[in-house]
Design a protein around this ligand. Sequence first.
Ligand SMILES: Cc1ncc(COP(=O)(O)O)c(C=O)c1O
Length: 435
Amino acid sequence: MKTPIDKALVDGIISELGIQDFAKATIREVKLTASIAEKKSGVEFIKMEMGIPGLPASKYGVEAQIKALESGIANLYPNIQGLPELKQEASRFVKAFIGLDINPEGCVPVSGSMQGTFASFLTCSQCDKKKDTVLFIDPGFPVQKMQLQVMGVKYETFDVYHFRGEKLGPKLESYLQNGNICAIIYSNPNNPSWICMTEDELQTIGTLATKYDAIVMEDLAYFAMDFRKDLSTPFQPPFQATVGRYTDNYILLISGSKAFSYAGERIGVTCISDKLFHRHFKDLADRYEGLPFGPVFSTRMLYALSSGTSHSAQFAMAAMLKAASDGIYDFRSDISEYARRAHKLKEIFCRHGFHVVYDKDLDQPIADGFYFTIGFPGMTSGELAHELMYYGVSAISLVTTGSEQQGLRVCTSFIEDHQYAQLEERMKIFEENYK
Ligand SMILES: Cc1ncc(COP(=O)(O)O)c(C=O)c1O
């Protein structure tokens, strides 16, 4: 069987790197295998494993950040609650694009959503000693489980694949009724599958979070990237879907990384609902001088972690949010490039015998966007990831994301124009080899 890259060469690299099961290979291992294979074979790889932005950073952010630095703010510690302009603009942005009211005091800058989830996990898991476990609606972002491992907090998880729509409520309740769940987390749109929860599903999550007093951590890392909807016009529906319409127990994690291609500066905002921000939890108050949830989050967790968030990056984030809410910066039009790429890539894969694994939100096909998932009949995740290496295509297995489905996550962010023809040619050979 002829393949674009010699099998023995790829297998040699994999065994030299000590990767025993390709299904469990980390992103870094897949990347390393691809880059060594590329160098040794001289065949360009189509790299789909990394989830990092492939577009230039927003100019609104860059200009504001340079200006802030030149004005001499770099020597000053930022306010631990966050730059007032950023808090104000985050609150306004939430109103403009999500349609929710959250006071500026509850909008707290963080060093990327990563830090937002870390501080949220810490705070949520200390509210009530009986509630010591986080529930993941998977598939999900593996680093968040690592964060819990680092802090020694337990978690449970289920793959939502078979529990969409009306099946979601009973499944969630089967965990919540045990009384040990402090927080529920999912991303929307979802990394890796790009499914989006429907309004009914969000209502189910919100209602049950209220009933069982769990806090929903809604990870909006891919903010407004459900490209099926026109979410571009500030202060006008349709809005970014959110659980915040159905419960007061919520934290929204908004990231600058993907929506504004600002990943390098590590900036995001964590938006805590007004009710949750002011709520007193006995166990939390006993531990932190009587403080309510919001001030524990900022003056204890964030202060202990990093004493706040890079000062100049906060100016950048404030400027990007402001320009978006003012209607002069259509950030979605820049990032919709990812949707165009996904559309073309899906078409090529599907024409050659692959299928989209997480293909629908109930009866609606999923949106095109930053990621999608592919499978090939008769192949496990590990086999497919390994096989595609012979064709110069690198992607990560769904196993690492808490999914029980067989397939791979494809990221569109690094695809270049000339690579569609390459993919077409290589997947044609793949199909012929496995027919
Ligand atoms: C679902 C999800 N959450 C959070 C993050 C991290 O965001 P940030 O760069 O703001 O820390 C990512 C980044 O890939 C992600 O995919």
